[in-house]
Design a protein around this ligand. Sequence first.
Ligand SMILES: *Cc1c(COP(=O)(O)O)cnc(C)c1O
Length: 387
Amino acid sequence: MTTIQATDQFTMKAFGRIPLIEVQGHNCTCTDETGKTYIDMGSGIGCNVLGWCNDAWVDAVCGQVKKLQHACNYYYTQPQAELAEKLAKATGFKRMFLGNSGAEANECAIKVARKYSSDKYGKERGTIISLVNSFHGRTIATLAATGQDVFHQYFYPFPTGYVFAKANDINDLKSKLDGTVCGIMIELIQGEGGVCALDPEYVMAVKQICDENDIILIIDEVQTGCGRTGAFLAQQLYGIQANVTTMAKGIGGGLPIGICLVDEKCENVITPGTHGSTFGGNPVVCAGACAVLDTVTAPGFLDNVKEKAAYLRSELEQIPDIESLSGIGMMIGMKLKTKDAHDVMLAANDAGLLVLTAKDKLRLLPPLTITKEEMDAGLSILRKVLA
Ligand SMILES: *Cc1c(COP(=O)(O)O)cnc(C)c1O
């Protein structure tokens, strides 16, 4: 059987896949089974932040996999310790829990908010407010926390205690504060929802409401984190710090990871036996994540990301069929004037460029290491496809 036949026959039909078999990659260029090359402006949905097979990341991962591939969390490992210490320093958070995916990190965040509240106020204060059009994951609880009706089908009964407020409407949020709310969960840029950045004034007002009412502010940085916006965390651009923040996608550099970070207020909420994970904090994944972190936090790296994002955006703005750009930094949404984003994505693939969509927008999440030459090559394909 071919790769496509076997995948289609033996894996669940969860994905609308494109018939393209990725075989090998270097930085932002990958090769398929036929030897055709593609410029990558999607990074596997924001995961390959250092592109494909970055040398520092490969060395870290391969070095560790030859030493120790897994240790259960009853013991200590050096890569987990190193990642936690470095990430605490880079983000200003006090502690973290290491898991394996974005959804899992968000589950941990919800547990922290609810346990913080039940420890202090008892059982009746467990509501999580999230935003309309948000996306927080595919587990049952994170689906319930996702503010899009299409995700609230089939899997009944859903867990209760989730309420949705309209993004950028502080009065709507205030109207949902009924005394049972323990947490407010937001993405600063709604990624899957169409690359929509929240207004800074709104975010400040949400933070204030959380502080005044002892509500845990959860910022889901699964997609916006790890340099994507030009800052290490998007909340640093907004000038605030959440009580709880989640990261996943980019920080793993392409291996599965999900991290829930907590501030001082929440540092003692999780106690022995109240949370866990078999694979969480895996030494190979952590060794790779340390290489990602070292690269992204090295002097000048994020300034360079900002410059590249500015260049990419200024070039995109000049393409006639692009009506408007959204997002921040290297998280780019494009509203098209006449063409269908999905059709454009497929045409771009045919022409040798990997791009994504989000709702009705075309979306770019380029590897942060993309070179000027790769950007120019990708732009020239996009110009042709959109002409
Ligand atoms: C991708 C994503 C998730 C889910 O992450 P998984 O690793 O697929 O579980 C959660 N939140 C946001 C904002 C995301 O972009």
